[in-house]
Write a protein that binds this ligand. Structure first.
Ligand SMILES: [Mn+2]
Length: 397
């Protein structure tokens, strides 16, 4: 595999005016350096294969991508970064937040990070249409999980904010695997600690508004944006909520959206105005007076038929290709400071399809960051302030 040429750039069968034609061309320009390093490392650490194996790039012990069903599953089999003090040495850091004490119906998202990591082994680091090979173009690490406190949302929130602030301030792009959506408040709070006087717009994919102050007397997964938009760096006028609708939207949350003038589009709005118009709406509102955008992707924004493994499944959501299109255009056209994918609950999942959707959202995000030149990072983005501001919001209760 290392020796052969993967492409024939003079293929007469695909006109370059098609996406496929362009994809064939793009692949020809991708290096193989990362792959060759992986093979060499595999042979060194995993020993050369038994004599009967013809392909001498195969080691005895699986050490890397292949075979896809083998190995220790970090996200995309990225290196596990045990010493998180070194996280700034990577372009992207994947982190799990296995917290589901904020759920109000189905639990199980504490297993979300494990589920997403496991099925991420199904993916290669290369995407055909985008012509991106993550292994060749960025450095990625998996820092493992935040130590959450199952019996206590508030203590978990403090842990999450501290962990995300650490990753964010290091300059590594943070990608967060939830966890239920209550983590949206402490993740944004962690980012905001290092924004100084800069501001962040939140683009929120969801069927639910998640804007009420409390639910069942606590700050649950129905509440993150009430509290996040109390932070001066994250104004409610820059909160964009895509895909909202159905029979699970609490009226007290709707009242808050109205009072704070958040920016909501229903699935019907999005399909009637068209995906590109929806993207423009989202970017205009999220970037109005802000310096960067944080993307919070609740997997339940997608129609429940595609994502059964979630806390509050709701029919009538976005099609996967619509959600991925919106996400891609948003990532490519905004300075993005972080991504979270939440509400994946593997115990309710079927054939890993919900976890797979989350893995897809994460991989697509990284690829769009590469295509738009945001990754690899040559220097820390200017919106990252080195000093932490610990007290961003009034004490709650
Ligand atoms: Mn939701």
């Amino acid at each position: 595999m290392t020796e052969q040429s993967f492409s024939d750039s003079n293929s007469p069968f695909q006109p370059p005016s098609t996406q496929a034609g362009r994809a064939l061309e793009k692949e020809a320009h991708l290096p193989l350096t990362g792959w060759q390093q992986e093979v060499s490392k595999g042979l060194e650490y995993g020993l050369e294969a038994a004599e009967s194996i013809h392909d001498r790039s195969i080691p005895t012990f699986s050490r890397g991508e292949l075979p896809h069903f083998a190995g220790i599953n970090t996200f995309l089999k990225a290196p596990y970064l045990e010493d998180v003090r070194k996280v700034g040495e990577y372009d992207v850091a994947i982190v799990g937040v296995p917290h589901d004490s904020g759920t109000t119906y189905r639990p199980g998202t504490r297993f979300g990070p494990q589920g997403i990591r496991r099925i991420s082994a199904l993916y290669t680091p290369y995407n055909f249409e985008l012509g991106v090979d993550l292994r060749e173009q960025i450095t990625l690490c998996d820092v493992g999980d935040i130590f959450t406190i199952p019996a206590n949302n508030e203590k978990s929130f403090d842990q999450i904010s501290k962990g995300i602030a650490h990753i964010f301030s290091s300059g590594a792009f943070p990608i967060i695997m939830g966890g239920d959506h209550s983590i949206g408040f402490p993740t944004v709070r962690g980012v905001c600690r290092h924004l100084g006087d800069k501001k962040v717009g939140i683009i929120h994919f969801d069927r639910h508004v998640d804007t009420q102050e409390t639910d069942l007397d606590e700050r649950m997964h129905t509440c993150p944006w009430f509290h996040a938009t109390n932070i001066k760096n994250a104004p409610a006028k820059n909160l964009v909520q895509l895909g909202i609708g159905g029979w699970q939207v609490p009226r007290q949350g709707v009242k808050v959206c109205r009072e704070r003038a958040t920016n909501i589009l229903t699935v019907t709005d999005i399909t009637e105005m068209g995906l590109d118009a929806a993207v423009n709406f989202a970017l205009e509102r999220a970037l109005d007076g802000t310096d960067c955008v944080y993307v919070s992707f609740d997997i339940d924004c997608i129609d429940a038929g595609f994502v059964p493994g979630t806390g509050w499944p709701e029919p009538g959501g976005l099609l996967p290709r619509e959600a991925l299109y919106l996400l891609g255009k948003i990532i490519q056209n905004a300075p993005v400071c972080g991504l979270e994918v939440v509400e994946v609950s593997p115990p309710y999942d079927i054939s890993d399809m919900t976890s797979l959707m989350a893995a897809r959202v994460i991989c697509d995000t990284m690829a769009h960051l590469v295509v738009s030149g945001q990754l690899p990072r040559k220097e820390k983005p200017a919106y990252i302030h080195p000093a932490a501001e610990p007290e961003l919001v009034e004490e709650w209760r």
